[in-house]
Design a protein around this ligand. Sequence first.
Ligand code: OXD
Ligand code: MN
Length: 596
Amino acid sequence: MNDTETAFQRHGHVPAPHPEARAWVMEMADLTQPDRIFWCDGSEAEKEALYAEAVRQGVLIRLNQEKLPGCYYHRSHPSDVARVEQCTYICSETEVEAGPTNNWSEPKAMRSRLLGMAKDSMKGRTMYVVPYLMGPHGSPLAKVGIELTDSIYVVLNMRIMARMGQIAWNHLGMGTDFNRGLHCLLDLDPARRLICHFPERNEIISVGSGYGGNALLGKKCLALRIASALGRKEGWMAEHMLIMGVESPTGEKSFVAAAFPSQCGKTNFAMLVPPEEFKGWKVWTVGDDIAWMKPGPDGRLWAINPEAGFFGVAPGTNAKTNPNAMRTIQRDTIYTNVALKPDGTVWWEGHDDPPPAECLDWQGRPWAPDSKEKAAHPNSRFTAPMVNCPNLAPEAHDPAGVPIDAIIFGGRRPNTVPLVFQAFNWSHGVFLGATMGSETTAAASGAVGQVRRDPMAMLPFCGYNMGRFFRHWLDMRKSIKYPPRIFHVNWFRKDGDGRFLWPGYGQNMRVLQWVFGRCRGRSGAHETPLGWVPRFEDFNTEGLAGFTRETFEKLQAMNADEWKREILQQDELFMNLYQFLPKDLIFQRELLVARL
Ligand code: OXD
Ligand code: MN
């Protein structure tokens, strides 16, 4: 045994103080038959030992520690690079409960199939016990999960993405309310890949994939699919939303939650840096992917970010698109499936640095600028602790969370949908969220570039019947005395020549400023069939070089023919859900048709 191994052994023997958790771990160990059980405590010493072990196993490569201190590099299996919706199941008691937009499987049969696959699968391997807390310690909204995994990469990612170790036991105390997550890599054969959720049991079993969204069980599996089902029962909401704070020069602060489908720039928007002209304005990041929201005693909607890190898409991230992310990922970051440069640093398409003369691509093959394929996988990622983020809101650690003044929905739409408009009221806002569409991207496997309906950006993440999910949204209004205003944005509208009409990124601050003003009854607007929209005069374009009234009109234009087509397309989803669709949404659709 070498020094690393001894250190690794030394730190891995802190069993759970919790009898029920312990019994379950032992039961799963009996089933999977690992050579050893490693109980993670979340300490710094343990972190060092785990990184050393991962490097020794070849799972991670240590990057240049002078240029990227605390950073490591990982390549996943080439067939295991994205979420796999076709292998993702909601195993609720009845098929109706899962609804027409989810894969459903009868829970008993699926569970025994999965346990059969897991049997003996950790022979010769280590089972890591990863206790974790989603949300700030002491928050009434926070939840405990325990993930059992045979992937050291998963452990190290969970360590960044959640509050991991002793803190979870402290939060749980002697309570019995924790999520059970079993994760087995198996042989990574795509044919034996299944990500299954048992909402009634608060349980997740994921086999055959080591990729983030399939394997870091705290994230999409617990914090969205399981949590959305719990939220419906318990009167709160788990949403695929960033949370950010906007502060005016006079110190007024508003918090905004925003839902965009995967890879539509949630991380960029959450970390936005206002343009120079916005002297005194500040944007604060609370979270970039998930919001748990509950009405507070003051009648407002309060939100926490259950995560502790960012699992962001690397390609396209640079000093212009997201300067705060670039600073965040300079240290203590795990890079997955990006390109590796000879000096032990990393690169991806859209990086600030020019393409390296030579490097290794995401599959470890030599790459040069004239190579036909991309150096980094389009869904390559960074996993970075949120405390690294220069504009992290102090409230990100607040157990009470933040009060939400505005909810923004958005998608990637080259036409039809204006830059920004505001819903007339909560029900209309729910309708806007429910009919959201976006071009598909590389975050999930499948065709890229087609418009798909992605209600509230939750289509792949809602752990129950989507029609009932809409009903829950509508019902929530009754318990929120001061509901957030609801908006819709589209940064991606193009002109006839295929050029983006809106510069995006930091300039999105202008849209935020209008939203901020609307929440305070200050920004002007006029009524249209779609909702309230800013006039050119209501919208701050000062300092925006070359941006004319004409461009603004094009961005905001409402074309009746395009909208007729849009409504027909929206109907596809509505038809699919018809049986479960709240009447209010059908009514909203009729109203829109009438207004048009
Ligand atoms: C993500 C996703 O990884 O939405 O956040 O795919
Ligand atoms: Mn996401």
